[in-house]
Design a binder for this molecule. Structure first.
Ligand code: CA
Length: 219
Protein backbone atom coordinates (compact mmCIF):
# COMPACT_ATOMS: atom_id res chain seq x y z
CA UNK A 1 0.00 0.00 0.00
CA UNK A 2 1.22 3.43 -0.84
CA UNK A 3 0.97 6.46 1.43
CA UNK A 4 1.73 10.15 0.99
CA UNK A 5 3.41 11.73 3.99
CA UNK A 6 3.09 15.52 4.18
CA UNK A 7 5.36 16.73 6.98
CA UNK A 8 7.85 19.62 7.15
CA UNK A 9 9.55 18.50 10.36
CA UNK A 10 12.66 16.54 9.31
CA UNK A 11 12.92 14.50 12.48
CA UNK A 12 9.27 13.44 12.59
CA UNK A 13 9.30 12.79 8.85
CA UNK A 14 12.39 10.65 9.00
CA UNK A 15 11.16 8.53 11.89
CA UNK A 16 7.76 8.07 10.24
CA UNK A 17 9.38 7.04 6.95
CA UNK A 18 11.39 4.42 8.78
CA UNK A 19 8.45 3.13 10.81
CA UNK A 20 6.02 3.00 7.89
CA UNK A 21 8.57 1.23 5.73
CA UNK A 22 8.94 -1.41 8.45
CA UNK A 23 5.17 -1.77 8.54
CA UNK A 24 5.13 -2.57 4.80
CA UNK A 25 3.98 0.80 3.47
CA UNK A 26 5.56 2.36 0.44
CA UNK A 27 5.75 6.08 1.27
CA UNK A 28 6.34 9.29 -0.68
CA UNK A 29 7.38 12.18 1.52
CA UNK A 30 6.76 15.84 0.67
CA UNK A 31 7.65 18.78 2.93
CA UNK A 32 5.32 21.59 1.85
CA UNK A 33 1.71 22.18 0.88
CA UNK A 34 2.35 22.99 -2.78
CA UNK A 35 4.18 19.70 -3.35
CA UNK A 36 1.46 17.85 -1.44
CA UNK A 37 -1.07 19.31 -3.79
CA UNK A 38 0.71 18.14 -6.95
CA UNK A 39 1.48 14.70 -5.48
CA UNK A 40 -2.21 14.24 -4.65
CA UNK A 41 -3.21 15.34 -8.13
CA UNK A 42 -1.05 12.51 -9.52
CA UNK A 43 -3.09 10.08 -7.40
CA UNK A 44 -2.50 6.44 -6.55
CA UNK A 45 -2.36 6.81 -2.76
CA UNK A 46 -4.09 4.46 -0.36
CA UNK A 47 -3.85 6.97 2.45
CA UNK A 48 -2.47 10.46 3.20
CA UNK A 49 -0.81 11.54 6.45
CA UNK A 50 -1.21 15.30 6.59
CA UNK A 51 0.49 17.76 8.91
CA UNK A 52 -1.38 21.09 9.12
CA UNK A 53 1.35 23.63 9.80
CA UNK A 54 3.22 23.57 6.47
CA UNK A 55 5.26 26.00 4.36
CA UNK A 56 3.74 27.43 1.15
CA UNK A 57 0.22 26.12 1.69
CA UNK A 58 -1.43 25.19 4.96
CA UNK A 59 -2.54 21.56 5.42
CA UNK A 60 -6.18 22.61 5.77
CA UNK A 61 -5.93 24.33 2.37
CA UNK A 62 -4.37 21.19 0.82
CA UNK A 63 -7.27 19.18 2.19
CA UNK A 64 -9.93 21.68 1.13
CA UNK A 65 -8.63 21.81 -2.44
CA UNK A 66 -8.27 18.03 -2.72
CA UNK A 67 -11.86 17.44 -1.60
CA UNK A 68 -13.09 20.20 -3.91
CA UNK A 69 -11.48 18.36 -6.83
CA UNK A 70 -13.40 15.24 -5.78
CA UNK A 71 -10.33 13.45 -4.44
CA UNK A 72 -11.64 10.88 -1.94
CA UNK A 73 -8.26 9.51 -0.77
CA UNK A 74 -8.45 8.84 3.00
CA UNK A 75 -6.70 11.63 4.92
CA UNK A 76 -5.40 11.25 8.44
CA UNK A 77 -4.44 14.61 9.93
CA UNK A 78 -1.40 14.68 12.21
CA UNK A 79 -0.92 17.87 14.13
CA UNK A 80 0.18 19.48 17.35
CA UNK A 81 -2.66 22.00 17.14
CA UNK A 82 -5.37 21.31 19.63
CA UNK A 83 -8.74 22.83 20.35
CA UNK A 84 -12.18 21.42 19.75
CA UNK A 85 -13.18 24.04 17.16
CA UNK A 86 -10.08 23.32 15.15
CA UNK A 87 -10.64 19.55 15.19
CA UNK A 88 -14.25 19.98 14.09
CA UNK A 89 -13.23 22.35 11.30
CA UNK A 90 -10.64 19.86 9.96
CA UNK A 91 -13.10 16.96 10.04
CA UNK A 92 -15.75 19.10 8.34
CA UNK A 93 -13.28 19.90 5.57
CA UNK A 94 -13.11 16.18 4.82
CA UNK A 95 -10.39 14.68 7.02
CA UNK A 96 -11.14 11.02 7.81
CA UNK A 97 -9.44 11.05 11.16
CA UNK A 98 -7.29 13.16 13.42
CA UNK A 99 -4.28 12.31 15.57
CA UNK A 100 -2.58 14.73 17.97
CA UNK A 101 1.19 14.84 18.17
CA UNK A 102 2.94 13.25 19.90
CA UNK A 103 1.28 9.92 19.15
CA UNK A 104 2.15 6.26 19.52
CA UNK A 105 3.18 4.62 16.29
CA UNK A 106 0.95 1.61 16.94
CA UNK A 107 -2.05 3.90 17.17
CA UNK A 108 -1.12 5.65 13.93
CA UNK A 109 -0.87 2.32 12.07
CA UNK A 110 -4.20 1.14 13.50
CA UNK A 111 -5.89 4.39 12.46
CA UNK A 112 -4.39 4.14 8.97
CA UNK A 113 -5.83 0.63 8.65
CA UNK A 114 -9.18 1.91 9.90
CA UNK A 115 -9.48 4.80 7.42
CA UNK A 116 -8.47 2.51 4.55
CA UNK A 117 -11.05 -0.08 5.63
CA UNK A 118 -13.77 2.55 5.77
CA UNK A 119 -12.83 3.72 2.30
CA UNK A 120 -13.03 0.09 1.15
CA UNK A 121 -16.57 0.09 2.54
CA UNK A 122 -15.81 -2.77 4.88
CA UNK A 123 -16.84 -2.58 8.52
CA UNK A 124 -14.48 -5.44 9.26
CA UNK A 125 -10.94 -6.02 8.16
CA UNK A 126 -11.39 -8.61 5.41
CA UNK A 127 -12.03 -7.63 1.79
CA UNK A 128 -12.17 -9.66 -1.41
CA UNK A 129 -14.20 -12.38 -3.08
CA UNK A 130 -15.48 -15.68 -1.74
CA UNK A 131 -12.43 -17.53 -3.05
CA UNK A 132 -9.81 -14.87 -2.44
CA UNK A 133 -9.80 -12.67 0.63
CA UNK A 134 -7.36 -10.22 2.08
CA UNK A 135 -7.05 -9.67 5.82
CA UNK A 136 -6.10 -5.99 6.20
CA UNK A 137 -5.04 -6.44 9.82
CA UNK A 138 -2.69 -9.40 9.53
CA UNK A 139 -1.95 -8.69 5.83
CA UNK A 140 -2.48 -12.38 5.01
CA UNK A 141 -4.35 -13.66 2.01
CA UNK A 142 -6.99 -16.33 2.51
CA UNK A 143 -7.29 -18.64 -0.52
CA UNK A 144 -10.32 -20.91 -0.32
CA UNK A 145 -10.10 -20.75 3.46
CA UNK A 146 -6.34 -21.29 3.73
CA UNK A 147 -4.13 -18.46 4.99
CA UNK A 148 -0.93 -17.54 3.18
CA UNK A 149 1.64 -14.92 4.17
CA UNK A 150 2.29 -12.16 1.64
CA UNK A 151 5.29 -9.88 1.15
CA UNK A 152 4.65 -6.13 1.43
CA UNK A 153 4.56 -5.76 -2.37
CA UNK A 154 2.34 -8.77 -2.90
CA UNK A 155 -0.03 -7.33 -0.31
CA UNK A 156 -0.08 -3.90 -1.99
CA UNK A 157 -0.78 -5.44 -5.39
CA UNK A 158 -3.56 -7.68 -4.16
CA UNK A 159 -5.09 -4.88 -2.12
CA UNK A 160 -5.29 -2.72 -5.24
CA UNK A 161 -6.96 -5.53 -7.22
CA UNK A 162 -9.39 -6.55 -4.48
CA UNK A 163 -10.71 -3.08 -3.76
CA UNK A 164 -12.93 -3.52 -6.79
CA UNK A 165 -12.95 -7.18 -7.81
CA UNK A 166 -13.42 -7.45 -11.56
CA UNK A 167 -11.94 -4.04 -12.38
CA UNK A 168 -8.91 -4.08 -14.66
CA UNK A 169 -5.82 -2.25 -13.39
CA UNK A 170 -3.08 -1.30 -15.83
CA UNK A 171 0.62 -1.87 -15.28
CA UNK A 172 1.04 1.83 -14.53
CA UNK A 173 -1.80 1.87 -12.01
CA UNK A 174 -0.34 -1.15 -10.22
CA UNK A 175 3.16 0.33 -10.21
CA UNK A 176 1.75 3.55 -8.73
CA UNK A 177 0.17 1.60 -5.91
CA UNK A 178 3.20 -0.54 -5.10
CA UNK A 179 6.28 1.59 -5.57
CA UNK A 180 7.26 4.95 -4.07
CA UNK A 181 9.14 7.73 -5.79
CA UNK A 182 12.73 7.01 -6.67
CA UNK A 183 12.22 3.27 -6.35
CA UNK A 184 13.81 1.44 -9.22
CA UNK A 185 10.99 -0.33 -11.12
CA UNK A 186 12.10 -2.73 -13.84
CA UNK A 187 9.82 -3.03 -16.87
CA UNK A 188 8.78 -6.58 -15.93
CA UNK A 189 8.52 -6.02 -12.15
CA UNK A 190 4.74 -6.49 -12.08
CA UNK A 191 4.94 -9.66 -14.23
CA UNK A 192 7.55 -11.16 -11.91
CA UNK A 193 5.48 -10.27 -8.84
CA UNK A 194 2.29 -11.77 -10.26
CA UNK A 195 4.11 -14.87 -11.48
CA UNK A 196 5.32 -15.48 -7.91
CA UNK A 197 1.87 -14.81 -6.46
CA UNK A 198 0.18 -17.35 -8.72
CA UNK A 199 2.16 -20.03 -6.92
CA UNK A 200 0.54 -18.97 -3.65
CA UNK A 201 -2.90 -18.09 -4.95
CA UNK A 202 -3.42 -20.53 -7.83
CA UNK A 203 -2.85 -19.96 -11.54
CA UNK A 204 -6.31 -18.46 -12.15
CA UNK A 205 -6.48 -16.05 -9.20
CA UNK A 206 -5.09 -13.04 -11.07
CA UNK A 207 -6.01 -12.93 -14.75
CA UNK A 208 -4.14 -11.03 -17.41
CA UNK A 209 -6.31 -9.05 -19.81
CA UNK A 210 -4.16 -8.74 -22.87
CA UNK A 211 -2.96 -5.22 -23.56
CA UNK A 212 -4.99 -3.75 -20.69
CA UNK A 213 -3.74 -5.11 -17.39
CA UNK A 214 -4.85 -7.50 -14.68
CA UNK A 215 -7.97 -8.27 -12.71
CA UNK A 216 -9.33 -10.58 -10.08
CA UNK A 217 -12.47 -12.37 -11.20
CA UNK A 218 -15.38 -11.48 -8.90
CA UNK A 219 -17.14 -14.38 -7.21
CA1 CA B 1 4.56 21.29 10.63
Amino acid sequence: MRALLVEDDEMIGRSLMHALDNAGWSVDWVRDGALAHSALADGGYTCVLLDLGLPKEDGTEVLRRARKRGDATPVLVLTARDGLDHRIHTLDLGADDYLLKPFELRELLARMRAVVRRRDGAAHSVIGTAALQLDLTTRDVIVNGVREVLTAREFALLHALLERPGAILSREQLEDRIYGWGEEVTSNAIDVLIHGMRRKLGAEAIRNVRGLGWRVVPA
